[in-house]
Each structure stands twice: as C-alpha cells, then as structure tokens.
Design a binder for this molecule. Sequence first.
Ligand code: ADP
Ligand code: MG
Length: 331
Amino acid sequence: MKRDTLISATNVSVHYPISGGKLLGPKPVVRAVENVTLNITKGSFFGLVGESGSGKTTLGRAMLKAAPITSGVVNFNDGEVNYSLSNMSSKELKDYRTRAQLIFQDPYAALSPRMTVRDIIAEPLEIMQLTSSREETDKRVREIAAKCRLNLEHLRRFPHAFSGGQRQRISIARALVSEPKFVVADESVAALDVSIQADVLNLLKEIQQEMGLTFLFISHDLSVVAHICDHVAVMYFGRLVETAPTRELFNNPCHPYTKALLSAIPSLDPDAKNLAQKLEGEIPSPTNPPPGCKFQTRCPHAVDICRRDEPQLESVGDEHNVACHRWQELM
Ligand code: ADP
Ligand code: MG
C-alpha cells in the first residue's frame, strides 16, 4: 500500500454461488468481480465506470465490507486506523462503518416515507451511537444539512414532499453525518434529470473538498465521470480493463472498450451513434465466460491470442494501465 493511499484492493474477487449446475462437480458461480487491483489516493475523486452488470456495485460494496470478498485483500488506512477488511474484529467493523459510507443509488427507495428528514439524517448517528444527547444529534444533523444545502425548515418534513434533487441531498447528508473518510457514491445522479445532475455533482465536489473526503464515484456514464473525477477505472465483465488520470484517459484511451465508451459520448464525437451500434457481438454469460480476453466477443480487433490468453493490466505510462494484448498496435 502506497503511503498516500486511503484504500486499496489487491487481487479482489467476489464470486456469488448460484443454484443449478450438475449434482457432482463444481457449483456454478457468478464472477461479479475478478482479480481487481486498484489504489485510491487520499482526497481523490475516483471514478468507476462500465456498463450495467460489469461489477461496479459489487466492487464498491466489497470495499465497504458489504459484499463477501471471495479472495484478495482490501486495505484501509486513514492515518488513524489501518484495517484489512477480511480480518477485522466486530469492534473494528463497527468503527469502519463510521469511516466508510455508501450514498444510495435511488433516493426514493432509500428514504423511509414515515420518517422526517431530521430522523432520516440522524439515524446513522443513533444506530452507531456516535452522539450522547439529542441536542448533540440535532446539532450534527443541522450542520450536515446546511453543508448539503438543505433548508433547515425542511428537517421537520417528510421526504415525499421533495424533488428528486432534494431527496438526493437528503441521502448525501445521511451518508455524511458520521463524518466518514471514504464514500462510495453508486449511480448517485443516474435517477435525476440532467439539469439537476450538475447541481448534485457540484455539491458532491464542494463537500468533498470541504470535508477532505475520498470518493469512489460509480457511474455507467463516462461523461458524468469526466466532469467530476480525477481518476477513472473502466470495468468490463468484472475486470478492470483500463485505469488512468481522467485527462489521460480521455486524451489517450488505449483499450478498445474505453474507446467505444468515449465514442458514444455525443458531446465528444457528434457523429457517433450509440454504444450498441459501436459494439457488436454479445456480452458473455457471467456463469460461462469465454477463454482469453472477456471483451473478445465484442472487440473488432480480437485475434488468436485474445481468444486464448487473458490480458493483465500493464503500464502504459505514469499511472496509466491497460489490459489489452494489442494496445500498442492499435495506438
Ligand atoms: P453493476 O453495478 O456494474 O451493474 P453488479 O455489481 O450489480 O454490476 O453485478 C455484477 C454481476 O454480479 C451481475 O452479473 C449481477 O447479476 C451479479 N450479482 C450481483 N449481485 C449478486 C448477488 N447477490 N447474487 C448473485 N449474483 C449477483
Ligand atoms: Mg450497479
């Protein structure tokens, strides 16, 4: 683990057992995350991007110890504590829950309609017993609500009275009230209108800087990631296929999948058709992956070696890594 790393994953796999298969022989599994290694630097806004089903949520949850890690190691070190997530006491886990938080994807589903906004935001403090009086809880709730630009009068109301953007701010306040160091934001703006997305992204960025947070920002939308993240990891079929500082990824994409994602952003390439037209071929079955590179079934550049050997992440340059046998030829 590098010195300025807050959280790292080393060769992390998450396999979910599923029903079916033969009576004898190996039980079938979904390989939601396979052999992922990444480092998130303190204070970074780290983007994780890929199509639906690529394993983003599972990886984010594994880093929060909310998905079962089948193999590999997740390390967290904020300067106060140093945890290896697969080897924690229940006391340490309880403490980790205050330091690492999830902002939910869908605020409509995440917010209880029968609780006031105040109670929704206060609940983590109460569950984790982080305050010793109602006054202290109220003070913490008011502080974080103000940071999230919620009107203090709104604290007495119920969430159904609010717009999508306001509800997302309530979710953000709830996730941040325990003053975590590491925050996973999973599709935090996906359910919002485009006009409101920018507001919420700006708010996240502001709060991140103000509170010195480190974010793992998960999105299926590379254009959203481009706006807010300083680093990006591109995920495909449970694997990381490319990681780089955001500007480097946009200026010098090396993986054919990254190139396809980029060409599908209309503002970058006005002539581009949508992704489905750019990428032909089928997404492989998660229980029956093809040999070699998992992208070979859709890659226009696949050759024999791609169908035989799985490429590993290799260095392209400073902090830029790609898993493709042919990246140099395709430059
Ligand atoms: P993403 O967030 O990128 O859409 P997910 O992490 O949700 O991807 O899912 C990755 C893969 O793992 C998918 O094939 C999904 O169906 C599978 N998966 C996710 N959670 C479970 C689970 N609890 N049990 C079985 N399979 C799962
Ligand atoms: Mg997801």
